[in-house]
Design a protein around this ligand. Sequence first.
Ligand code: UDP
Ligand code: MG
Length: 235
Amino acid sequence: MWRRTTWLPPLFSSSKRSLVNQIQGAYGLRIWRTMSSEIQKPEEDGTFPRGITPFITFVLGGPGSGKGTQCARIVENFGFTHLSAGDLLRQEISSNSENGAMILNTIKDGKIVPSEVTVKLIQKAIESSESHKFLIDGFPRTEENRLTYERIIGAEPNIVLFFDCPPEEMVKRVLNRRQGRVDDNANTVKERLKIFRALSLPVVNYYAKKGKLYKIDGTGTEDEIFERVRPIFAA
Ligand code: UDP
Ligand code: MG
C-alpha cells in the first residue's frame, strides 16, 4: 500500500528553530518519541557529533525518472541540501582518487559501486555540511547499500520519495539529456534499468512496507511533477 501524500503537516520553515522543535511542533511529542527510538542515537564521534540528528530524505527512481531535477526544486523551495550519490561518485572520478578508475568502470557498465565507497562519500558530505536537512538522491540502490548506510551512519531516513516513471519515458529522457555522461547511451541505460528493477525496487518496497514511502507519478512536465512533490514538504 502506498502512502498518500497530502496529510503531512508543515515540517520545515526557514526560521532558525531547531529541527527537534520543528518536528515536535509538527507531530507532537508522542510521535517525536517514536521517531527518536527508531533513529539510533549517534555516537559522540559518529556522523552526527553536533548532537542533532538531521532530517534525511532518500530520493529514489530509475535512471531519468527526474530525481535530480525535482531535488533542485525542493532545494529552491524548502532549503534542503542536495547530495546526489551519482554526483559524489563522479566528483571522486574527477579528483583522481585511488578509487576513481574502479568507479568509472562500474558506472560505464551501469553496475553498482561497492557500498562502503558510496556510503563513506555520503558520510563525508553530511559531516562537512552545516545543514540539518538532506536530500540523498539516487541512494540506496540495493538492499546491501541500505544496510551498509544503516551500519555506518547509524540512522534511517525519515521519508523516502520514489519517482515512478515508465521505462520508455526514462530511456527517452536519458538519451535526450546530453550532459556528456559516459553512461547515458542505449546499452548502459538498458543495464541500469535491469539493475533498477532487480536490485533497487526491493529497496522501494522495503520503505513502502515501513510506511516511509511517498510514491510520485513521475510523468508530465517538471512543473506538474513538482506540484505533486510540494504537498509532501508544505502544508
Ligand atoms: N551509482 C552507484 N551507487 C549509487 C549511486 C550511483 O553505483 O549509490 C552509480 C551507478 O553506476 C549509476 C551511476 O552511478 O548507474 C549514475 O547514478 P545517478 O544517480 O547519477 O544516475 P541516474 O539514475 O540519476 O540517471
Ligand atoms: Mg541524477
